[in-house]
Design a protein around this ligand. Structure first.
Ligand SMILES: Nc1nc2c(c(=O)[nH]1)N[C@H]1C(S)=C(S)[C@@H](COP(=O)(O)OP(=O)(O)OC[C@H]3O[C@@H](n4cnc5c(N)ncnc54)[C@H](O)[C@@H]3O)O[C@H]1N2
Ligand code: MOO
Ligand SMILES: [Mg+2]
Length: 629
């Protein structure tokens, strides 16, 4: 650390190349971009600050652990990095200041030391980094700059004259250019695509993940193993946006919310009644107290209550100093405007007093990141006075059906054809997860059409969900094309329905997307979605804290046939038995083409791998379709 150098992270831009997202706050390898820069820069400098013009509170929270202050530009209108440099230099209390942009998570650990050495050696006013790669022209990086505070006057004059060039302001000052040989260290991340691909570069391949599963057999893979591999392979999308409180319903919270205030802010009354001092009730006899005044909700208490006195108080009104409890007005033995009488034992010390912070204490964790915001969460955030929340951007999911036999609604149903229902169930399931959808219609069993559809889906979405063609039929080209476009694996899962499943990642046009190739049978597609795709998509949405729906134990109303060695998801109907206890029966025929079984059911009966036939009265696991919230 060099106490003679202040650090300044430049995060004041508008991130236009990232689609106006706040660059410094984008998640990257388990932290935000600005945190990566803080971690690298803080050890090289003394005081450190972040120049930002939006989301100041969030930068403040992230910087707090490094003792970093947040400095907005003093010039209006996003004048570029020089305005940040000016704000930093004005504030700077050391001889020198070192700047780095917030989108350079790999900056060199010896940046300060090397720039300082050159600045001293050449007796320069500033020193900045440059890189030289074999066969390329030398590239200056003027935002990685060590500059003397004394350069402030020249900078301010340049800005006042309308100048904006990072490499133009110091004409006339002595500048040292320091060549670093590690170009990658100065790599800045300009687009969300770059951010994502760098994040992915460190991820294990599907084959590596499969190798970690003991006894891995793609032809007979237990459900839990497939779920694990999928969960480890998918990665969350990075981008974060801030939305108004109401718009956050159903969205994934991107950051922990710490309570900025205590709720309630003051001790207050839980009843309309009289606030009093517990000491006055100590005798064990009936007590008469003089009414010293009245306290209404929404105002400071303003009433002094001495020994032998009480105050008339309304629900929610601030407790007067010295008062410990409240007696509800209907529990007072006798009351006039001026005095009340309380019978012995009518009240215990502390009754009906709500303590300041009993709901939430200032500084306490209110909501954890990764949570899907529900109605109660909106209310809780409102109670904290929070108007806007950071949420992950919506996941973009492209989906289509495959098969020559499929017809769209409105088309005549030719001989041997069926209407495409999977696209509608998929639409419903994806919409309920809160994804942005790209419905790509029906794609024929034709290699060129399939390839074009998969490429386009991959270039426009984070995830691609298809149905059909993943089994072994002669016209199923889907597998072949999927495998051609990326790392895709084809499993036979030990389950029913939903045995065949394709999963992986495909790439096209410099973009990649996770692929879920679900089986074509109308029940199989839903079961595969619920038990594989759903959790994976939630993870991609950043919803780590969203718990899976619970399994409940319910009594089987009749025997259920089940073959050991595979997981069965039978469609069930939970009802209330005559004895008032819940019971479940199956919907009857469980064929994976019988979609009616899904509409009749209100739950899935989950029969695990090792389970065999179920006797009437035995408890089975069920997962209810409808959640309350
Ligand atoms: N020899 C084998 N045959 C099959 C196996 C197997 O292991 N060996 N697995 C069976 C299982 S289990 C399933 S599930 C299906 C899955 O097949 P595909 O994913 O290849 O799907 P398709 O052949 O395209 O279609 C199956 C079935 O579903 C109907 N379908 C497809 N898409 C839709 C849609 N969008 N809307 C409505 N119905 C749809 C399609 O007409 C077929 O009847 O393979 C078994 N065979
Ligand atoms: O198991 Mo398939 O998925 O019959 O429907
Ligand atoms: Mg097939």
């Amino acid at each position: 650390m060099n106490d003679n150098i202040s650090g300044l992270i430049l995060a004041g831009g508008r991130g236009t190349r990232m689609g106006n997202v706040e660059k410094g706050l984008q998640p990257f390898r388990g932290a935000t971009m600005v945190e990566h820069v803080l971690r690298r820069l803080a050890p090289q400098v003394g005081p450190i600050a972040i120049n930002a013009n939006q989301n100041l509170a969030r930068y403040g929270e992230l910087g707090a652990g490094f003792g970093a202050l947040v400095l907005p530009d003093e010039t209006l209108g996003f004048a570029g990095p020089l305005a940040g440099l000016e704000a930093g230099l004005r504030y700077c209390a050391t001889e020198l200041m070192l700047t780095a942009p917030c989108d350079s998570p790999f900056l060199p650990p010896d940046l300060a030391a090397r720039l300082l050495a050159a600045l001293r050696a050449q007796d320069a006013d500033l020193a900045f980094a440059a890189t030289e790669e074999p066969g390329m022209r030398r590239q200056p990086h003027p935002v990685f700059c060590l500059v003397k505070k004394s350069a402030l006057a020249q900078l301010s004059a340049y800005l006042a004259g309308g100048g904006r060039r990072m490499d133009g302001w110091h004409a006339g000052l002595k500048a040292a250019e320091v060549v670093f040989d590690d170009g990658a260290a100065f790599r800045n991340i300009n687009t969300l695509g770059e951010l994502q691909s760098l994040d992915e570069a460190s991820a294990p391949s599907l084959a590596q993940l499969a190798a970690r599963v003991a006894g891995y057999d793609p032809e007979a893979l237990p459900v839990r193993h497939a779920q694990r591999i999928i969960g480890e392979y998918v990665t969350p999308v990075g981008a974060v946006e801030r939305v108004a409180l109401r718009a956050a319903l159903g969205r994934v919270l991107a950051d922990d919310i710490v309570s900025p205030i205590s709720v309630p802010a003051h001790d207050n009354s839980a009843m309309d009644g009289y606030a009093l001092r517990d000491a006055d009730l100590a005798g064990g006899d009936a007590v008469t107290l003089a009414v010293a005044g009245t306290v209404f909700a929404g105002r400071p208490s303003g009433v002094a209550v001495g020994p032998g006195q009480c105050a008339r108080i309304m629900t929610g009104a601030v407790m007067p100093p010295g008062c410990d409890s409240v007696i509800a007005q209907e529990h007072v033995a006798h009351a006039t405007e001026h005095a009340i009488t309380i019978a012995p034992g009518a009240l215990r010390p502390g009754d009906n007093r709500r303590l300041a912070g009993e709901d939430l204490m200032a500084g306490a964790a209110a909501l954890a990141r990764g949570r899907i915001l529900r109605p109660a969460d909106l209310g809780l955030l409102a109670s904290l006075g929070i108007a806007e929340v950071p949420v992950r951007r919506r996941l973009r999911v492209a989906f289509f059906s495959t098969g020559d036999e499929l017809r769209s609604i409105g088309e005549p149903l030719d001989a041997g054809c069926v209407y495409d229902s999977n696209r509608y169930t998929l639409y419903g399931m994806l919409e309920r997860l809160g994804c942005d959808l790209i419905d790509m219609g029906i794609v024929k069993d034709d290699p060129a059409a399939l390839e074009a559809a998969l490429r386009s889906a991959c270039e426009n979405a984070d995830a691609v969900v298809t149905s059909g063609g993943v089994s072994v039929g002669a016209a199923d080209y889907t597998r072949q094309i999927m495998a051609k476009l990326g790392e895709v694996t084809f499993w036979k899962i030990g389950m029913r329905p939903g045995r065949p499943l394709a999963f992986g990642r495909i790439a096209s046009g410099g973009r990649s997307a996770f692929l879920f190739g679900l089986p074509g049978n109308p029940v199989a597609v839903m079961v595969s979605f619920y038990f594989f795709a759903r959790a994976a998509l939630l993870r991609m949405m950043g919803a780590e804290a969203a718990p899976p729906p619970p399994l409940l134990k319910v009594r089987a109303q009749a025997p259920i046939r089940k073959r050991p060695g595979r997981t069965e998801y039978q469609r069930g109907i939970v009802t209330l038995g005559d004895d008032g206890v819940q019971q479940v029966r199956t919907t009857g025929a469980q064929g994976s083409g019988i979609l009616r079984s899904m509409t009749e059911a209100n739950c899935m009966v989950v029969l695990h791998d090792e389970q065999g036939d179920v006797a009437a009265g035995e408890l089975v696991d069920v997962m209810l379709f409808e959640g309350l919230v």
